[in-house]
Write a protein that binds this ligand. Structure first.
Ligand SMILES: [Zn+2]
Ligand SMILES: [Zn+2]
Length: 254
């Protein structure tokens, strides 16, 4: 299975508009980060997790001409706002999007035209299917297990990470319950949201994300959903078993 990091930045992306800090001004291409998303490919099937603002640019950069399904982590707009560009992939047949109930309810309300079979033909044509937490399903021939985690130390927003075999993708997380750690047993490669060095109300810090990865027992930990306080080189040198993901990074996992 091939995993591609489509984007690895937090909600602002890097560079931040109008910001002249060292990271936003960096000449290192790995310090340019689109909003976070990944693409998973196996046996000719292709699943995308999240469609942020740069979804179109991400698809063009990776030369993608077909997507079979989209999994959403949650409904925040940095993970969702590129949804209109799914129109290209859903003209001939409906595309199914998957997530938890609150996320799908938000999407069906705010993008109702994409679910209207008698609407304007130029819109995306989507169907929504709710996934049960921790229940593995097969989507386009790829085994997926939704991982319920919390986004926000006060809000406790229920969102999904996803496990694909020995790889798991968890972003925008502040709490992972014991039963989810149990379900993550055997994960060797972990992509996990790590906003910055300092603690934040809605995201793990590098240290918290690394600690979660250690508890899971992952051999390779990749930080994603990163903000402009720390440059690629600095993040990459923080730990021996954890690295900074970067836009376009591809991993072979099984
Ligand atoms: Zn986010
Ligand atoms: Zn979020």
């Amino acid at each position: 299975m091939k995993v591609t990091f489509l984007g690895t930045g937090t909600s602002h992306g890097i560079p931040v508009i109008g910001c002249h800090c060292d990271v936003c001004m960096s000449g290192n291409p790995r310090d340019k980060r689109y909003r976070s998303a990944i693409m998973v490919e196996e046996n000719g099937s292709r699943i995308v997790v999240d469609t942020g603002y740069e979804f179109r640019l991400q698809m063009l950069r990776e030369g993608v001409d077909n997507v079979d399904a989209v999994l959403y982590t949650h409904s925040h707009s940095d993970h969702l706002s590129g949804i209109d560009d799914l129109r290209v992939f859903s003209q001939k047949r409906n595309m199914t999007i998957y997530s938890n109930r609150p996320t799908l309810e938000y999407i069906e309300k705010h993008y109702s035209y994409a679910f209207d079979t008698h609407g304007f033909p130029g819109t995306p044509h989507l169907s929504a299917v709710e996934l049960e937490p921790l229940k593995e399903v097969e989507i386009a021939g790829i085994r997926v297990m939704p991982l319920p985690v919390e986004h926000g130390r006060v809000t406790h927003m229920p969102i999904y990470g996803y496990r694909f075999g020995s790889f798991a993708y968890i972003t925008d997380c502040t709490f992972i319950a014991d039963e989810v750690y149990e379900a993550l047993r055997g994960v060797e490669t972990l992509a996990i949201g790590a906003l910055r060095g300092r603690v934040h109300g809605a995201h793990f810090s590098f240290e918290e994300a690394h600690e979660a990865g250690r508890r899971i027992g992952a051999r390779r930990i990749y930080f994603t959903h990163i903000n402009h306080e720390t440059c690629y080189d600095e993040i990459d040198s923080l730990y021996d078993d954890a690295w900074s993901a970067y836009d376009g990074l591809k991993l072979e996992v099984n």
